[in-house]
Design a protein around this ligand. Sequence first.
Ligand SMILES: [Zn+2]
Ligand SMILES: [Zn+2]
Length: 433
Amino acid sequence: MQKYSPINIFLKTFSVISQMTSGRIWMLDCFLNTVVGVKVEKITTRRLWLLEEIFKRRLHDLIHSQLIGTNGTHIQTVIGLEEACDGCEKCSNIAKKCIEYGPLRFSTLQTMTYSKNYKKLHVTDKLFEDIAEYCISKSKNKEECFKELDKTILSAISCDKLAIWISETRVIPDEEMRDHMHMPREVIDTILRKWNVKSIKLNILHYTNESECRIEWLQYDYFTRVRLKDPYWETKQSDLKFNHVEVSLSYSLDCVKGLGNLPGETEPPAGYDNFIPNIRRLFPTDQILMELTHWYFVPKIDIEKKMSTILKVVTMEIHKKLSLDIKFFVESGIVKMLNEETNRVELLGVASGYVHQEKRLHCFKKSSPFNGNHGPEVFLDNRWIGRRFQMRNTVNQFNFNLDVYIKEKELEEKFDKELLQEYPNSFVGHFFA
Ligand SMILES: [Zn+2]
Ligand SMILES: [Zn+2]
């Protein structure tokens, strides 16, 4: 069980406010003063960078002085704080004490010369670029550059899980395009190898504060450029191996679009259908776990069509020895369709290719309406009921579980018995069986 202090919850809600007034700062100051003495173990802040400069610093300092304390005796996890300072001495001192920390700025990485095993470290695509450019700046040729890379990433650090935050909307200065950008492959591989990473989490984010790409490293041919949306057959197979790769798409827009639509259905064809094959080449694993919590930008096509598209996309490459689990949270509306001729509601079926499994799933999940400019805005806890639909290829040892979840409340309110009886083989019928 993770311990959530009230501060954590407070800050989570608090950090989305980008316009702070002095009155609010004063209120926060008072609030933090009243909680002195609380042993805070975990601090998660989200999108602190949206705050005004002066308030951002003030909040950063308050978190250090009031919540963490000078010696940081109790702190175990700090996530997102460097967004406020872009890496500082206070933060790097805390990084040393935590078992989970990040995303690391380059200056913090440089202080990590000690020996330590982290449970989890968070890094960003921007950090990869910063490392590449630092190594280039310190060297005269490719060989020296890679020696510098070897000195920059130390094997005294190890981490069980590496969370990689990848931005979907980065730009090359003076260029229009906003999309996934290239990452320096050798930097990623060196980190994975030297830190002895056992499993990976990919956080795909539509929107971050590190929106400008560094372009210096692209002038040199030292590093191999990789991108998750590039044609997978061009991505070299890594010889590393990971227990599993988790993919969070809650804050993604483009990858979600690419998974839920066939290449011909998006304008322009985005290429994210290469996502899974590329993951397997960059982070070889037998187990991929994905979460699709929203379908913003994806037309509200019926469940039958959607499931069939997902199946086509994930089997684009014939996978050998892979277990793929996708948690798919849907609106109940997409399981039915209004027949315009009869003006009657009909229930849709299960896409062919899947076999329903007798497995009852449920979970509590925050439901977050997705706004194109800002990402998920509102967090509401909901109980979701799920059913498993499976596609299995025993010859290739490929197993795909699509766990579809519908809000319990919507199941209770929006389906009557007669309709369900009229369509005994409907998709949603499995939720009532
Ligand atoms: Zn700091
Ligand atoms: Zn993406």
